[in-house]
Design a protein around this ligand. Structure first.
Ligand SMILES: *Cc1c(COP(=O)(O)O)cnc(C)c1O
Length: 372
């Protein structure tokens, strides 16, 4: 068969006591042990994700992207440590650091996503990890990941990257010096908005620690979800190319509109770090934000409510287009978000981009009627 079976089960039966004892000797994928250690359905997905990152020793799967991030941080931090996070972090990453890690005696400090190699000046004796996200959530700053990793490595600090936007297809993170690369597979890997999943890939130095921590925390994904993620992965390449082409077309169209200020798409010059995107990335994907130049909360809501092909909802990376009002100023602590107007984040799905453009054009008419 081309596809792995959906191998459900908790209990593996051994032939005899000798085989039962033999089973304790290995903690690698590929050996039946107990349901929490997975089955061929999960192992084949993990193996495929490992193969996509050159230099990787293995991949762990988690029931959500947030679980992947939390468990990775727990694998490398201990009480008394400090972690540096980009100020453009996904909000649940921030709250895990600010609430949960703080309770464990781990402090979190935030840095300007455009800091580059100057991050070395922030390193103190307690700094043990840097959590990057590039491009950043909501505002899409592209970071100088290689420079940050080089500075961190010189100071014996672990680097982690949330690579959900680019995936390893467009940003092979380990090759750029990252130690631990995390992906919300919920987004592009699954691609069909029907499964929650996270994945973490790392090189041999961190592999055992990452794996043990995930196992100690009881992280497991269902075989049905793993099957759907593997099915999504098979079309990742063609989906990403279509997301890329459609998003570029729509971002370019938006840039010509008088109502629009900045278009925060890493492949466009408005986006902070655009030059780094050109240097380091092999492509762009379907998620970006744009600024309604004179928009306020009310007129922005009118604009979004008038869209018919774009749904209003969280998440992204699926086949369906989505629009969301976003307010980065609410989350910043190390930097200030001072841009005027109102930001809208778009997930460009797999619909015909000309239909999406027509939908946006119609929404601008409603937007005008809502303006003071
Ligand atoms: C959605 C998202 C996550 C979390 O993934 P879930 O599967 O929703 O928990 C993490 N990082 C980024 C950048 C995301 O967009």
């Amino acid at each position: 068969m081309v596809s792995p079976p959906v191998w459900r089960g908790s209990t593996h039966l051994y032939d005899d006591v000798a085989h039962l004892r033999e089973g304790l000797k290995s903690n690698d994928d590929g050996h039946f042990f107990y349901g929490r250690r997975g089955s061929p359905t999960q192992w084949s997905l993990a193996e495929a994700l490992t193969e996509m990152e050159s230099g990787a020793a293995g991949t762990m799967l988690y029931p959500s992207g947030v679980a992947a991030i939390s468990c990775s941080l727990l694998a490398v931090l201990q009480p008394g440590d400090e972690v540096l996070l980009t100020d453009s972090s996904y909000d649940p990453s921030r709250s895990f650091a600010d609430a949960f890690l703080k309770r464990m005696g781990i402090t979190a400090r935030y840095y300007d996503p455009l800091i580059g190699s100057d991050i070395a000046a922030l390193f103190g004796p307690k700094t043990k990890a840097v959590l990057m996200e590039s491009p950043g959530s909501l505002t899409f700053e592209v970071q100088d990941v290689p420079a940050i990793c080089q500075a961190a490595r010189a100071a014996d600090i672990t680097t982690l990257l949330d690579n959900t936007w680019a995936t390893s297809r467009f940003f092979p993170a380990l090759q750029h010096g990252v130690d631990i690369v995390m992906t919300a597979a919920t987004k592009y890997i699954v691609g069909h908005s029907d499964v929650m999943m996270g994945a973490v890939t790392t090189h041999s130095h961190y592999w055992t620690r990452l794996r043990r921590t995930a196992q100690q925390l009881g992280q497991v994904v269902s075989p049905d979800d793993a099957y759907l993620a593997a099915r999504g992965l098979r079309t990742l390449e063609v989906r990403l190319r279509q997301h890329e082409a459609s998003a570029l077309k729509i971002a370019g169209w938006l840039k010509q509109r008088a109502e629009v200020g900045m278009v925060l798409h890493p492949a466009l010059p408005d986006c902070p770090g655009h030059e780094l995107w050109k240097r380091d990335f092999k492509g762009s994907t379907g998620l970006f934000s744009f600024q309604l130049r004179d928009g306020d909360d009310r007129s922005r809501a009118c604009f979004i409510d008038a869209l018919e092909l774009f749904g209003i909802g969280y998440s992204w990376g699926g086949f369906e287009s989505l629009a969301l009002p976003v307010d980065p100023q609410k989350y910043r602590t190390a930097t200030e978000w001072t841009a005027s107007g109102a930001l809208v984040r778009l997930n460009i799905g797999l619909e015909d981009p000309d239909d999406l453009i027509a939908d946006l054009a119609k929404a601008f008419e409603h937007y005008h009627s809502a303006q003071p």
